[in-house]
Design a protein around this ligand. Structure first.
Ligand SMILES: [Zn+2]
Length: 87
């Protein structure tokens, strides 16, 4: 039951793509199924780093963010700033 609650919370998280400008909610990314687009070798290396970081976090029990629904590459949770809307 507790796990279910955690999963639902994750589904509401906002994610952003590490390659393109996509930004949206977890559930939106989870619904997409795209082949990753080819990247420059330098960017591929960055993606590898994200992959390793995600694997580490998964081993600690964190849910794995779905890939970007636009380009198929890694997404990261967006940290929401409380005062952002007031600016
Ligand atoms: Zn993307």
């Amino acid at each position: 039951m507790a796990l279910l609650v955690l999963r639902n919370k994750a589904m509401d998280k906002t994610l952003r793509c590490t390659v393109c400008t996509w930004r949206g909610v977890w559930a939106e990314a989870a619904a997409g199924r795209v082949q990753p687009i080819p990247l420059d070798p330098a960017l591929e290396e960055v993606q590898q780093a994200y992959e390793e970081k995600q694997l580490e976090e998964e081993q600690l029990g964190a849910p794995r963010p779905p890939p970007c629904p636009v380009c198929g590459h890694h997404t990261v949770p967006v940290k929401l700033h409380r005062n952002y809307a007031a600016v």
